[in-house]
Design a protein around this ligand. Sequence first.
Ligand code: ASP
Ligand code: MG
Length: 452
Amino acid sequence: MIVMKFGGTSVEDSAAVRRLIEIVRSKLDEKPIIVVSALSKVTHSLYQIADYASRGDFESADRLLSEIKERHEKMSRELISNDKRRLDLCVGKIGEQIAGLRDIIKVISILAELSDRSLAKIVSHGELLSSFIIFHALNESGIRCAYADARECIITDNQYLKGEPDLNLIKERVPKYINEQFADNETLIIQGFIASSIDGINTTLGRGGSDYSASLIGLAMGAREIEIWTDVDGIHTADPGRVANTRSISLLSFEEAAEMAYFGAKVLHPSTIQPAIEKNIPVRVLNSRKPEHNGTLILHRDLIKEDGIKAISFKENIIVVNVFSTKMLNYFGFLNRLFEVFNKHKVSVDLISTSEVNVSLTIDSDAGLQSIIEELSQFSEVNVERNMSQISVVGSNLKNIKGVCKRVFGSLGDYQIYMISQGASDVNISFVVGRENLTSVLRILHNEFFNE
Ligand code: ASP
Ligand code: MG
């Protein structure tokens, strides 16, 4: 059994779905479980619809909703052209889903009030619609495909918009439910991103969460491999949108991939690798426009011989928080106290670096920051630097490579560096530069390490 996850651009229109169908057809002997995202940009539009509704603007919300309806109907007509009964069924179901959503939006517009719980329900419609059409398209093409509803088996806590998966319940429910639905079909389709709380309320795994769905299902099913189908040839040495001459990386370790996903590479959702590590399941990132390309294979580090620098990733917009305290001299418990403040406000810290009297750390959003500053100020001095970018040089065994820091920082010449962090994990060297210098610094570094 394998899991094949197709992202938004890999299901964006009927041509993309036809490619998906042929890719799946070539793997039927692997008993694939297909995980799909919403059609590209639909989740974003659903968020926008909810936003209009929350401001009482039903008209704008409804206009966008009609566009979504039309796009899905058109796609159904293009994909299901032989079987009139099937097409009617599919279009009928789309109409029902949209009508239900319209009712919700109407109510929210009247009240001009939107809860996270309602928002999660609204944005889940993208995957519900895409999975339903693709399910019919697969069957129409002669592939016996079963349909499953992720809310029956992917269970989270009740943080509706970014639910924390309940691994025990998922491991229990997924195999039971999926095997039941799969029955004697050749494949099964299920939605990414959407889930349910223990009491059956619709939740999601957060933006970009379909990758995470795929790896959770892979873990629970004990899949042989998890394939993430995207629109690029795997993970690149740097963001091809910013840096010229990047290349696809053929092999990465779980740690390197996790580090890259967490530190900015947009190809994978940061949590994707964790479930794969637990059962040592290989993850492959592939291009649905070029299925013959090998993409990037992500494996346990023991299986990878090559050390060295694999990629340069970044987070464009981060905030550096500098905390100063003379009380830190010979004082234990200070860091504990400091992190308790971040913990209390549920803000996760990316990089830290400390000296005897100063701690610098980076965070990637403003949420909760004001309260954090106020609380930290009770026992230290705090200043905040905005418009910063974080760059990570990612690879294996970095600390054993001679001269690597010299090359990283030597190549940067006079660019100001605000903070440096290299942990014992020896998987990354990270530092912070001004946002205005991000692209130039990325290019210089990529040139230094990959254009030899
Ligand atoms: N459709 C969701 C999003 O755009 C989940 C995903 O595509 O991974 O965030
Ligand atoms: Mg994605």
